[in-house]
Design a protein around this ligand. Structure first.
Ligand code: DAK
Length: 260
C-alpha cells in the first residue's frame, strides 16, 4: 500500500513506521491519521510474520508535536466531535493491535503526539524527549484519549496537573512517573525497542495477543477485566501452543510455537 506520510520498513518482521512530516514536527494532519488507521486496521494485520511495530517520528527533534494546528481553523463542535471519534478509533486500533506496538519517542510528544505514544503498548524515550498535553493553551481539551490514558499511566494527581497546566515534562521525569518504560541515548533506543519485540516474538503468539486484550479490558468499564482474564486464560490453556510450551519446559528445550 502507498503512503504519503508514513515510511514503513519491514526489518525481519519488525515493522518500523516513521511519521514523515519533519518540517511540521510530524504533526498529525488528517492524511496522516487516515494512513495510521489504514496501517493498523488493514495493512499490518494482513502481513505475515509480523513480530511487532515500532512507531517513531522523522528527524531528531520530534516524535509528534500534536495534531496539526493549521487544520484546526475550520473546526466547529460537530466536526470536532467527528474528528475526535475518528481519531479515537485509530488509537484504539493501535491499543488493540495483537502484536506489541512500541513508541520510540525521539523528541517532542505533545498533545495528539503524547496521546499517540500512550496508545502504544510501551514507550521508549530518547534523552531529548518531552511530553505534554498543551491543549488547554489552545482552549481545547485532549481529544484522542489523553484525559483517560494519562491517568492510567501516571495516576490522577500528576495527570490532572499536567492536563490543567499544559506543562511539558522531560524524559527523566516521564520515567519517574511511569509514563515511559526506558530513557536511552538516541543511538541505543531503536536497539532496545527491537530487543523487546524480539523477546516477545519467542513467546506464544496467541498468549501475546490475549495478554494485550486482557490488559486493555482492565480499563474498559463496561467490562470486568478480571472476568475477561479468566476467559482468555481458559482459551489459551486449550491451545496447541500451551501444550508445546509446557512440553518444552519439561524437556528443557526452547518452545516451538505455531500460533495454534
Ligand atoms: N501543528 C502544525 N504545525 C506545527 C505543529 C503542530 N502541532 N508544531 C510545530 N509545527 C510547525 C511550526 O509551525 C513550524 O512550521 P514553520 O513555521 O517552519 O512552517 C515547524 O513545525 C517548526 O516548529 P517551531 O518553529 O515552532 O519549532 P520550535 O523548536 O521553535 O518549537 C515546539 C517546537 C514543539 C515547542 C513548538 O513547535 C510548539 O509549541 N508546537 C505546537 C505544540 C502544540 O501545541 N501542539 C498541539 C497540541 S494540541 C482534536 C483531537 C486532538 C487534538 C485536537 C483536536 N479533535 C478531535 C478536534 C489534539 C490537539 C493537540 O495535539
Amino acid at each position: 500500500m502507498a503512503y504519503e506520510n508514513l515510511l514503513i520498513n519491514d526489518e525481519d518482521g519488525i515493522l518500523v513506521v516513521t511519521i514523515n512530516r519533519e518540517k511540521a514536527l510530524n504533526a498529525l494532519n488528517t492524511q496522516t491519521m487516515l494512513e495510521l488507521g489504514r496501517f493498523f486496521t488493514e495493512d499490518a494485520l494482513q502481513r505475515e510474520n509480523v513480530k511487532g511495530v515500532i512507531l517513531t517520528g522523522a528527524g531528531e527533534k520530534a516524535f509528534v508535536a500534536g495534531a496539526d494546528i493549521k487544520e484546526f481553523l475550520g473546526l466547529d463542535a460537530t466536526k470536532g466531535q467527528e474528528m475526535a471519534q475518528r481519531g479515537q478509533d485509530v488509537f484504539f486500533a493501535i491499543e488493540r493491535f495483537p502484536k506489541p506496538v512500541i513508541a520510540l519517542v525521539n523528541g517532542f510528544a505533545l498533545g495528539g503526539g503524547c496521546e499517540l505514544s500512550m496508545a502504544c503498548h510501551m514507550r521508549i524515550a530518547t534523552e531529548n524527549a518531552r511530553f505534554g498535553q498543551p491543549e488547554v493553551n489552545l482552549g481545547i481539551i485532549p481529544g484522542y484519549g489523553g484525559t483517560q490514558r494519562l491517568i492510567q499511566y501516571i495516576g490522577k494527581s500528576k495527570a490532572i496537573e499536567l492536563l490543567l497546566t499544559g506543562d511539558m515534562i522531560k524524559a527523566d521525569e516521564a520515567l519517574r512517573l511511569g509514563l515511559v518504560n526506558y530513557v536511552l541515548p538516541a543511538e541505543e533506543a531503536m536497539g532496545k525497542a527491537k530487543e523487546l519485540i524480539g523477546k516477545t516474538a519467542t513467546k506464544g503468539p496467541i498468549a501475546i495477543a490475549k495478554v494485550i486484550e486482557s490488559v486493555n479490558a482492565y480499563f474498559q468499564h463496561d467490562e470486568d477485566g478480571f472476568a475477561r482474564e479468566v476467559s482468555e486464560f481458559g482459551y489459551t490453556t486449550g491451545t496447541e501452543d500451551f501444550k508445546e510450551g509446557a512440553q518444552a519446559f519439561i524437556e528443557k528445550r526452547p518452545a516451538d510455537f505455531k500460533g495454534e
